[in-house]
Design a protein around this ligand. Structure first.
Ligand SMILES: Nc1ncnc2c1ncn2[C@@H]1O[C@H](COP(=O)(O)OP(=O)(O)O)[C@@H](O)[C@H]1O
Ligand SMILES: [Mg+2]
Length: 218
């Protein structure tokens, strides 16, 4: 399970006074549990996810997985996947190479990585698009490619930062059901950041609110 203990983080803007964003964040996420973090814009939700992913230092606290303190574990060795709202697919790579990327990074041969990517894309109903560019896909398709890319390495933790906010309402609803099912299939500890409480409930999430730098029941 994922455990956060007393995370603290102060943001020091280039100008103006420092802002204390996290003031003792504690959280336990069980395998196959989804926790949603709600909170106002600017409250520090994305900062929290980046800290968990190891992409940003914290001032104090501990991030642990399976009882192991990840202090000295770089992001690429955590086996945590982070997915952003704006897809962040690589425009110069084909759809299948976007999905295969994480495997290639892990040292899997390109042919093997591609074949696994094709298999996953097929399950996502995207095999027809596999060799094309990501720019030719709709917003919903791009977001599904981003999820496939996140899941292919079988991460231990999935961090979703407003994954549906760039999509229209109807697509949002169908995609969120699909995501919920796929996440359940892989039994991953998932942290979902969203400003939409209905969406969080529909994802079957335990809802918390980041407010005043701590997590409270929502
Ligand atoms: N690396 C950074 N660059 C610019 N602003 C940052 C950075 N880290 C934190 N901040 C500031 O910290 C606050 C919280 O940001 P963020 O974590 O993105 O909040 P949220 O995701 O809840 O909207 C914002 O005011 C933001 O400007
Ligand atoms: Mg954010």
């Amino acid at each position: 399970m994922l455990e956060l203990h007393a995370l603290h983080k102060t943001w020091h803007p280039p100008k103006g006074a420092p802002r204390s964003l996290l003031r003792g964040v504690d959280l336990v996420v069980q395998p196959s549990e989804t926790v949603a973090i709600l909170g106002a814009s600017g409250s520090g939700k994305s900062t929290l996810l980046r800290i968990v992913a190891g992409l940003e230092p914290m001032d104090a606290g501990r991030v642990c997985f399976g009882g192991q303190d990840l202090r000295d574990c770089p992001p690429e060795r955590r086996r945590f996947a982070l997915m952003f709202q704006d897809f962040a697919l690589f425009p110069h790579l084909s759809v299948q190479d976007n999905v295969a990327f994480g495997l290639v990074e892990q040292g899997v041969g390109r042919a093997q990585a591609r074949s696994q990517a094709r298999e996953l894309l097929q399950r996502f109903g995207l095999d027809a698009a596999a060799t094309g560019r990501t720019a030719h896909l709709s917003g919903g398709e791009q977001q599904r490619v981003a999820l496939a890319r996140a899941l292919i390495t079988q991460p231990r933790v999935l961090l979703l930062d407003e994954p549906f906010s760039a999509l229209d309402a109807e697509l949002k609803a169908s995609l969120r059901d699909e995501f919920r099912q796929r996440i359940a299939d892989q039994q991953i500890a998932t942290v979902l950041v969203t400003h939409d409480e209905n969406e969080a409930r529909a994802m079957g999430a335990r809802c918390l609110r980041l407010s005043g730098g701590v997590l409270l029941p929502a």
